[in-house]
Design a protein around this ligand. Structure first.
Ligand SMILES: NC(=O)c1ccc[n+]([C@@H]2O[C@H](COP(=O)([O-])OP(=O)(O)OC[C@H]3O[C@@H](n4cnc5c(N)ncnc54)[C@H](OP(=O)(O)O)[C@@H]3O)[C@@H](O)[C@H]2O)c1
Length: 314
């Protein structure tokens, strides 16, 4: 199969190369010969990659901490199940699916991906594969950050950083639909995009004072650093700072600071797909490129807006 691999962390996305790799061994998966209980093979139709994945330790090591290079990056996918591993439950061959793959295993920038069935959900027939791949990671991250970790309630105010970005645009829409007051942030050029996704206010972090927003109940942070520290000071008593950038560097004076890593969740993926179908959730996809052009797509010469999706099969 064709796949993108990385071998050198220091090289970043410039070190991505398109190579031939062995196809998954369906017969071995169907037997008890390998440690592949409950895995399925997915014919990848569309694949997503998160911008700083090559900085994550899991891109380079397996669960036992061993070097796993050359690794196939990308952990977001939509495709069709083509083979079942021994012990698979809940999915069948020929089924359209979408979801996330294990961080510490080969990913989705390839013609086939081997994934634990429990990490996938059915993708309705009227939702395009590109859309499915575009909302899996971003939608789940936003959902879990707002509702599981942030416990967002109707009528609360939420500061969504990077509101025009891949995760932030999903958080903006979901928070607004939940009846929250949404203040988006980003760069000057992102204002209209954030407002179009449903933010009621916008703070241009490069030219405006974040502190002018006053108090908020929840901060959804995708930026970290100084922005996170200043945001923590805006949180009202009993409020929460949720971040996806790693261990929090700041805590609200009288509230919680939570960092989390997104987990695939079949029920939540189903809810996300339903919202896409009925128009309550819009994707934020910028570039769509073929696998042959993926290396160039992930090494753009100009600033990219929205998520880049690799359309592996036409
Ligand atoms: N923990 C988890 O489970 C999890 C899951 C998904 C994503 N993440 C992390 O979340 C982060 C965001 O991911 P994403 O896919 O949403 O990225 P993205 O599409 O690049 O979105 C980030 C947005 O924030 C803006 N931004 C970043 N720094 C800024 C600054 N200093 N001032 C103003 N605007 C700024 C970006 O603008 P520019 O494009 O101009 O920089 C972009 O619009 C990444 O670090 C990713 O690894 C974590």
């Amino acid at each position: 199969m064709k796949a993108i691999v990385v071998t050198d962390q220091a090289a970043g996305t410039a070190g991505m190369t398109l190579v031939e790799r062995p196809d998954p061994d369906a017969a071995r998966l169907a037997s008890l010969a390998g440690a592949s209980y409950g895995d399925v093979v997915v014919d990848v139709h569309a694949s997503g990659f998160t911008g700083n994945e090559l900085e994550w330790p899991s891109t380079w090591i397996d669960r036992l901490g061993r070097d796993r290079t050359p690794s196939i990056p990308g952990h977001e996918l939509a495709g069709v199940v083509s083979a079942l591993g021994y012990g698979t439950t809940g999915l069948s061959v020929g089924q359209r699916v979408f979801g996330l793959t294990d961080w510490t295993r080969d990913g989705t920038l390839a013609e086939y991906a081997v994934v634990e069935a429990r990490n996938l959900a059915p993708l309705p027939g009227d939702v395009d594969f590109t859309v499915g791949a575009g909302v899996a990671m971003t939608g789940l991250t936003a959902w879990q950050g707002l509702f599981e970790h942030g416990r967002l309630q109707e009528g609360q105010s939420v500061l969504v950083h990077g509101a025009a970005g891949a995760v932030g645009s999903m958080a903006t829409q979901l928070a607004r639909a939940a009846g929250a007051h949404v203040i988006g942030t980003g760069r000057a050029a992102d204002r209209q995009t954030a407002l179009d996704f449903g933010a009621q206010e916008f703070v241009d972090l490069e030219n405006e004072a974040l502190e002018d927003v006053g108090g908020v109940d929840l901060v959804f942070d995708v930026i970290g650093g100084d922005i996170q520290k200043r945001s923590a000071r805006l949180i009202r008593a009993g409020g929460t700072l949720v971040t996806v950038t790693g261990p929090p560097e700041a805590r609200p004076a009288d509230g919680l600071a939570i960092d989390f890593v997104v987990v695939s969740d079949r029920a939540q993926l189903g809810e996300i797909a339903q919202r896409v179908r009925d128009g309550r959730l819009r994707t934020n996809i910028g570039t769509v490129a073929a696998l042959d052009d993926a290396v160039a797509a992930f090494n753009p010469t100009e600033r990219v807006k929205g998520k880049t999706i690799i359309r592996v099969r036409p």
